[in-house]
Design a protein around this ligand. Structure first.
Ligand SMILES: Cc1ncc(COP(=O)(O)O)c(C=O)c1O
Length: 374
């Protein structure tokens, strides 16, 4: 018996056709060079693992207060004060995804518009739709800069939120301070909330990442994450920092949904915040350089400065990025077509969070296909 009738329309209308076909093809691959991963390939640093184990063994297994352990919130707050001279309200969330869900739930009335740069992280449009908003997508090709004039043109009297992500997934591009300043001023002029997804901010290779917090501290909701920086994506840890009223309502909603972030992971994140991950950052800088030199000359791309992705253009001769990705999969290299992150199907995402030899091997295959040598 079909159980379709039990489902909400807003769920069944979420499309997954593009990626489903890729997953179907990927399922048939044996021992692929997998460059599709959205998580670091380094193991969780030992002190962080030990802190989680100790927390469990010492009996820290119950709920925490909804906002999160006071000492963790204090430590996050102290870091934000030291970095940006900023004293926002802080809520510990279940990953950045938890923060995104709560922010949309707390802020969107039916029909409220959320402006998003294209390409965008996969969940953004769907979450806006699920919570009754309308995503308004701004094309940021081919340099992937956040173009303030295009964002300005997308503003209407329904604009409620501007959502930015830097370093970006899928592009690895770090937004410039001038762009963020202009977007902050735009948000202020139109009384919009600026949501800044900074999950990759620790993984920055050419200097620190600018943040809109510096330009609009009163209206920025910063979503920070622990998963990518410390190799604990499965522990579901993040935080939201921003305007008191917004964070208070997000906390109220967390009480009725997630309840709290996992307790042992909260204890471990206290240790994470004092753990030096600069070696991992250097390793990923080297991997970034490796992938850039391996693809340079064959593919068009913008050199990424953060995260662990590069987003090259599919070569001429392929009808779409999906067609190129299908060819790569046929040659045992798994990458993701750009239409998963975009209104366009012209680029593809390569994750370089893999061992160096896989980067070299995988890029050689991609270059051979592009050069018609395969
Ligand atoms: C830009 C961006 N935001 C949010 C998330 C979700 O992060 P989390 O695992 O902390 O929920 C990801 C994960 O890939 C991401 O790339």
């Amino acid at each position: 018996m079909s159980s379709q009738q039990f489902l909400a329309e807003k769920v069944t209308t979420i499309g997954s056709s593009g990626i489903r076909r890729i997953f179907d093809l990927a399922a048939k691959m044996t021992d692929p060079i997998d460059m599709s991963m959205g998580q670091p390939d380094f193991d969780t640093p030992d002190p962080i693992k030990q802190a989680a184990i100790s927390a469990i063994e010492e009996g820290h297994n119950s709920y925490t207060v909804t906002h999160g352990l006071p000492e963790l919130r204090e430590k996050i707050g102290a870091q934000l004060k030291a970095d940006y001279d900023w004293e926002p309200s802080v809520l510990v969330t279940c990953g950045v995804s938890g923060g995104l869900v709560l922010a949309m739930m707390a802020c969107l009335n039916p029909g409220d518009e959320v402006i998003i740069g294209d390409p965008y992280f996969v969940s953004y449009k769907h979450l806006v739709n699920l919570f009754g908003g309308t995503p308004v997508v701004v094309d940021c090709y081919d340099d992937f800069k956040l173009k303030p004039e295009k964002f300005e043109a997308a503003v209407s009297d329904r604009t409620k939120m501007i959502l930015v992500n830097s370093p970006g997934n899928p592009t690895g591009i770090v937004a410039g301070d001038a762009e963020l300043k202009a977007l902050a001023e735009l948000a202020r002029r139109h009384d919009a909330l600026l949501v800044s997804d900074e999950i990759y901010t620790v993984l920055s290779y050419d200097g620190p990442c600018p943040t809109p917090v510096r330009h609009a501290p009163e209206r920025t909701l910063l979503l920070g994450g622990f998963g990518k920086s410390y190799g604990i994506t499965g522990w579901r840890m993040g935080y939201a920092a921003g305007p008191a009223d917004v964070v208070a309502q997000m906390a109220k909603l967390q009480q009725y949904t997630f309840v709290c972030a996992p307790r042992m992971a909260q204890h471990a994140c206290l240790t994470a915040l004092s753990t030096d991950v600069s070696q991992h950052v250097s390793d990923y800088r080297r991997k970034r350089d490796l992938v850039v030199s391996a693809l340079e000359g064959t593919f068009e791309f913008v050199r990424p400065s953060g995260g662990f992705y590069i987003f090259p253009k599919a070569p001429a001769g392929f009808a779409s990025a999906t067609a190129f990705v299908e060819e790569a999969i046929a040659h045992n290299v798994l990458i993701i077509p750009g239409n998963v992150f975009s209104e366009r199907d012209s680029h593809f995402r390569v994750s370089y969070a893999v061992p160096d030899e896989k980067i070299i091997e995988g890029c050689q295959v991609l270059c051979s296909i592009a050069q018609g040598k395969s």
